[in-house]
Design a protein. Structure first.
Length: 266
């Protein structure tokens, strides 16, 4: 793992004034964090479309990258109200959140639509943050099979490129607590194995979202590459705590295997 990943989606919780305050507070956290400054922990922030310029100004110099909360399945043309991947890329945006459970539930977005959006993003060099997760609570083995199948559908026909897969079991989104650690680990390891087996997905990573907050990344260890935060990141101190955990995860991934130094010296 080259870097641990911590992402934040603001959904539609903040208006522009409240978002500016949050961006400024988070910028202070990021500038003070050694692992973020070094690149050991990669941070991305996904504001609303209207907050992008505010975020860019406040976060300048922090190494945080920006994303959008959705992207069109269509390229440029007569598509009123759509935000195309071409324009996202031209605007210097690195990530596009695609296939979130709320988009699927509230707007009827199918795996076919999700796949078209992921393909559009990848065609223009924008990294999809591809959200997958089972709708109903079930055992970990069944959940792993369901999400790996969903991943295949959501990347069907997509060109080669890195994706960040956000495992978000629908039943855990907005819940008081995340899914159990053992359940998360079983699913994320299955998703990572599926990505590793696909030569088109070199460099891809798996993160967990769904009521994720401080303490979870430490419990998960190397079962994930990071976290995708929602409301817990509204408190910059909570975000700072997660970044500390991510720094430990990144350092562990770069450490030589136990006994390696002894073998070299012998």
């Amino acid at each position: 793992m080259a870097a641990a990943v911590v992402g934040v989606s603001l959904k539609a919780y903040f208006g522009r004034r409240a978002a500016r305050v949050w961006f400024a507070q988070v910028a202070d956290v990021l500038r003070a964090h050694a692992a973020v400054r070094s690149g050991a922990v990669e941070v991305f922030v996904i504001p609303t479309y209207l907050q992008i310029d505010d975020a860019r100004g406040c976060l300048r110099g922090t190494r945080a990258r920006l994303g959008v909360q959705d992207v069109s399945a269509f390229d440029t043309g007569a598509y009123t109200g759509e935000i195309t991947a071409a324009e996202v890329a031209e605007s210097g945006i690195a990530y596009a959140e695609i296939g979130h459970a709320e988009r699927r539930r509230l707007f009827g977005e199918s795996d076919e639509i999700t796949a078209a959006k992921a393909a559009a993003a990848l065609r223009h060099g924008v990294t999809p943050v591809l959200c997958v997760g089972e709708a109903e609570r079930q055992d970990a083995e069944a959940a792993a099979a369901a999400t790996v199948s969903q991943l295949a559908l959501d990347l069907a026909g997509a060109p080669a490129g890195r994706v960040v897969v956000a495992y978000e079991p629908v039943w855990a989104i907005g819940a008081p607590e995340p899914a159990p650690v053992a359940h998360i680990a079983a699913v994320t390891r299955a998703l990572r194995a599926a990505l590793d087996a696909d030569p088109d997905r070199h460099g891809s990573q798996v993160i967990y979202g769904g009521s994720a907050g401080p303490g979870l990344l430490t419990a998960l260890g190397d079962a994930v590459d990071g976290l995708f935060l929602g409301r817990f990141a509204h408190d910059p101190a909570a975000l700072a705590a997660v970044l500390d955990e991510a720094a430990v995860l990144a350092a562990a991934s770069l450490a030589p295997p136990a006994g390696a130094a002894a073998r070299v010296s012998s």
